[in-house]
Write a protein that binds this ligand. Structure first.
Ligand code: NAI
Ligand code: MG
Length: 491
């Protein structure tokens, strides 16, 4: 049973920055408020880190990188990560509750991430003792032994969004600890609580001061981190526009950069698919977390013979979803994170109608009683959507799906690929040959066949095209935090 009383971390005091193992105010003394997505109440006040605070955090991270941390054995970092996995797991109810209170993810869904978070930290712990270079035969005229050393990249600046705060913090900080890097992490202004608490748990697990620093703040805080000359790498998850700005800022000191950006992922249903399996997965591929998911399958292509049946069954499923307060364990659809996000989503709801799509279900805000204090949007489906409509091309980041008919394999693949994004995609068919052909031809970083949304720390996830570059999960995730040094020894 989850205890819905306030987590101990919410003690009513303003939250400070976590720099060099200490809680400190912003040098300016400035703070910003964070409001509950579900109730509009003030959840907490946070220190607003400015350029000077970011600089202080980067200095702490640099000193820690050069200090005892750099001499710590891989097995010691592994032990710390395993301890961290235990601490996070033991406190998971509270951590999930922090995310629910702040950004509105329904509590049952937030609690559902428990095993994923534990497995992730255990995975990063395992990686810590599996980092190694290669011995490379060379053809130099002199007898020389050549080999590579894998070294931590240095000070990492991590910038995360609000749609999965704890999970994002874990996937940014885990590889830092596995590889021996240090980090300054900036949470999103709408969801700073669980990343801050996770930073404290890192210290409790034995991470030395300065290795993990958390600077709460706004866009200016992230910009200061992205432009800081002594940050070696930026790991960013968020919007394409902000990602582009960060790439430009990072050029000043030629930082290594990884980008996990937005998407408009295709989910393709062939007529021979098992529709009983398609409907719930395709629907939750759109509506999970009220659609505030980068990999959401928001372009549902359906082969003509089953087109109307899929529309009707998707609509019935959408209408059966339980919309409610975030803290109600029965709730499946919670609020959008903020008024700003609601206005964005609402503008697309109007646009879809104006563009001539057929509104099948939803398309409106849901109000009444407790729901008046936040921004709930009914699960929404547009059918007969044209490929050129903006609702089919732009990331909405709300519970809004587009259903598009198709007649031909080559045609649907071309249309699935006719997007600037390439984060993910789905294919539903009983024909393995057709499935494999689609897998090979869809230009996206993750493809699910007869499934949607599986993720695992052992499997790479990330974008083609403007959905970004670099992978999180898999070997590539760890590699992105490492340098390679070529070494030559005369013998
Ligand atoms: P955002 O990309 O602006 O925010 C993500 C993070 O970047 C936050 O921590 C933010 O403080 C930081 N940031 C903002 N400006 C920055 C700058 N100039 N330099 C460095 N860091 C900066 O996204 P936002 O405004 O929260 O959401 C807007 C839209 O972005 C959403 O409607 C959605 O479409 C998309 N988005 C996509 C996400 C994904 O996972 N692909 C996650 C969040 C948003
Ligand atoms: Mg909020």
């Amino acid at each position: 049973m989850t205890d819905f009383s306030k987590p101990a971390f919410l003690d009513g005091k303003p939250k400070q920055l976590l720099i060099d193992g200490k809680h400190v105010d912003a040098m300016s003394g400035e703070r910003f408020p964070s409001f509950s997505a579900a109730t509009g109440e003030l959840v907490a006040e946070f220190a607003l880190a400015g350029e000077a605070d970011v600089d202080r955090a980067v200095r702490a991270a640099r000193a820690a990188f050069d200090g005892p941390w750099s001499r710590m054995k891989p097995a010691e970092r592994q032990a710390i990560l395993l301890r961290l996995a235990e601490l996070v797991d033991a406190e998971f109810g509270d951590l999930a509750l922090l995310d629910t209170l702040e950004m509105g993810r329904p509590i049952t869904a937030a609690l559902g991430l428990r095993s994923m978070v534990r497995r992730s930290l255990q995975h990063f712990a395992g990686a810590a003792t599996h980092i190694h270079g290669q011995t490379l035969p060379n053809s130099s005229p002199v007898d020389l032994l050549s080999f590579t050393l894998r070294e931590p990249i240095g000070v990492v600046g991590a910038i995360i969004p609000w749609n999965g705060p704890l999970f994002s913090a874990v996937w940014k900080i885990g590889p830092v600890l596995a590889t021996g890097c240090t980090v300054v992490l900036k949470p999103a202004e709408d969801a700073s609580l669980s990343p801050l608490r996770f930073g404290e748990l890192c210290l409790e697990a034995g991470v030395p001061p300065g290795v993990v620093n958390i600077v709460t703040g706004a866009g200016i805080t992230g910009a200061a981190l992205s432009a800081h000359p002594d940050v070696d790498k930026i790991a960013f998850t968020g919007s394409c526009e902000t990602g582009q700005r960060i790439i430009q800022m990072s050029a000043g000191s030629v930082k290594k950069v990884t980008m996990e950006l937005g998407g408009k992922s295709p989910n393709i249903v062939f007529a021979d698919a098992d529709l009983d399996a398609v409907i719930p997965a395709a629907a939750m591929g759109i509506f999970n977390n009220s659609g505030q998911v980068c990999a959401a399958g928001t372009r549902l292509f359906v082969e003509r013979p089953v087109y109307e049946e899929v529309i009707a069954r998707m609509a019935a499923f959408a209408e059966g979803l339980k919309i409610g307060p975030s803290l109600d364990p029965a709730t499946q659809i919670g609020p959008l994170v903020s008024e700003k996000q609601y206005k964005r989503v609402a503008s697309y709801l109007e646009l879809g109608v104006a563009e001539g799509a057929r509104l099948v279900t939803g398309g409106r805000r849901v109000t009444g009683g407790a729901l008046d204090k936040g921004y709930w949007v009914a699960p929404t489906l547009f059918a007969d959507v044209g490929d050129d409509m903006r609702i089919a091309r732009e990331e909405i980041f709300g519970p809004v799906g587009c259903i598009l008919p198709f007649d031909d394999f080559d045609d649907v693949i071309a249309r699935a690929n006719a997007t600037r994004f390439g984060l993910a995609g789905g294919v539903w068919t009983r024909d393995i040959t057709k499935a494999m052909a689609a897998v090979k031809r869809i230009r996206a970083g993750s493809i699910w066949v007869n499934h949607y949304f599986a993720m695992d720390p052992a499997v790479p996830f990330g974008g083609y095209k403007m959905s970004g570059f670099g992978r999180e999960g898999g070997v590539e995730h760890i590699e992105a935090y490492l340098q390679t040094k070529g070494v030559w020894i005369r013998n």
